[in-house]
Design a protein around this ligand. Structure first.
Ligand SMILES: *Cc1c(COP(=O)(O)O)cnc(C)c1O
Length: 369
């Protein structure tokens, strides 16, 4: 960080190139492009995928605003596809149904919710059968050292987020990965004003480093060297961050097992444990999710809810005439889910205290039959 400041080169330069090379090596892909947010990265991916006005892009309603808004940036329309109840992830069966209804779907954006991988093989098979490109929203993931089949590296393109709360952070930032050189070239150009700098030698034999051409009206999505220097350090520490989160997850899984008023997340070895989501079995309780959250908050436990489905947001309701029950699984998951605190610095005693509080409330609110 200081060395970047001292170098005087604050915007995108050598440090960002190094960060990209290190990230590509970590993910086991040919190309990594640093961007100033995952939202920007998703936009670049859709643009490179050829998604244009009135195209349809299938995605999950169970995600953050960014996943669907980028579809609208291009004048295309999101086609929400309901999720699997057990994973909160896009359901391949529902996706198959969506393709049957509309074979013109141009792209699919599966979201690995909380870091739990989607059923990618089924999604990839369906998409390729219909000539649709798969862009993974891997904002909650980070590839491990030597990991094969890491979420984010399986589709045509994948996007990671370095927002403050994500597995690693540069304050704001993101990374797009792909194995496809053509897509990488397109995104690299669109990332910085649609400028192509590799053209001068066609017009002059001199080393005209000042020469460039604007090929398209591009965007301003590059990541600074300041952010990349943070990112390089974070990437080196990421395995430690992950192990600390996984340890918290294991404590929750052990401490909360066997309670009939709770459903615990799938214990998938490829889970990044960005989120630890529990589900309340509401018929066994005298309170709803909101009251349970309030009671935890009163005990000083900072829980959250992921996600409020996009199909019930005013914009999507208004624009596409969507109703709550159009996506019943997403709706039910939303009404039952609570995200427990999970971060590397969360100590054992705090985790024990959270487990104890949940059990105490579970007993207090238990519905006698
Ligand atoms: C955070 C997030 C994004 C956007 O990431 P930014 O880097 O903040 O743009 C996209 N998708 C999901 C699922 C996210 O949680």
């Amino acid at each position: 960080m200081l060395s970047v400041l001292r170098s005087g080169w604050l915007t995108t330069g050598e440090v960002t190139l190094q960060f990209e090379r290190e990230f590509a090596a970590r993910a086991g892909v040919e190309h990594a492009l640093a961007v100033n947010s995952a939202t920007a990265g998703l936009h670049l991916c859709l643009e490179a995928a050829g998604v244009r006005e009135n195209a349809k892009v299938a995605t999950s309603p169970y995600t953050f605003a960014a996943t669907a808004e980028v579809i609208r940036y291009l004048g295309a329309d999101p086609l929400f596809v309901d999720i699997d109840e057990a994973s909160y992830n896009l359901s391949p069966e529902r996706l198959e149904h969506a393709f049957r209804n509309d074979p013109s779907i141009a792209a699919v954006i599966p979201v690995h919710v909380g870091g739990l991988p989607c059923r990618m093989q089924a999604i990839l098979d369906l998409a390729s059968a219909h000539g649709a490109m798969v862009i993974e929203d891997a904002a909650h993931c980070l590839p491990h050292e030597g990991q094969e089949q890491a979420p984010g590296t399986l589709g045509a393109m994948g996007v990671y987020s370095f927002y403050a709360t994500k597995p690693i952070t540069t304050g704001e930032g993101g990374m797009v990965v792909t194995r496809d050189g053509e897509l990488a070239r397109r995104m690299s150009m669109m990332r910085l004003h649609g400028i192509d700098r590799n053209v001068w030698n066609r017009y002059t034999s001199r080393d005209a480093s000042w020469y460039y051409e604007v090929r398209e009206p591009g965007f301003k999505y590059n990541l600074t060297d300041l952010a990349s220097s943070l990112g390089r350090v974070q990437l080196r520490k990421s395995e430690g961050f992950f192990l600390a989160r996984e340890r918290v997850a294991r404590m929750y899984l052990g401490g909360l097992q066997g309670l009939d008023y709770l459903k615990l997340p799938a214990n998938d070895p490829a889970h990044s444990w960005h989120l630890f989501q529990i589900r309340l079995v509401l018929p066994r309780l005298t309170v709803d999710r909101d009251r349970f959250v309030d009671a935890l908050t009163e005990r000083g436990i900072g829980v959250s809810v992921h996600f409020i489905p996009l199909h019930i947001m005013p914009y999507y309701r208004r624009t596409y005439g969507l109703k709550e029950q159009d996506y019943p699984v997403a709706m039910q998951c939303y009404l039952e889910t609570i995200s427990l605190p999970i971060y590397p610095d969360l100590g054992d005693e705090q985790v024990e205290r959270i487990i104890a509080a949940i059990k105490e409330l579970g007993t207090r609110f238990y519905k006698k039959r």
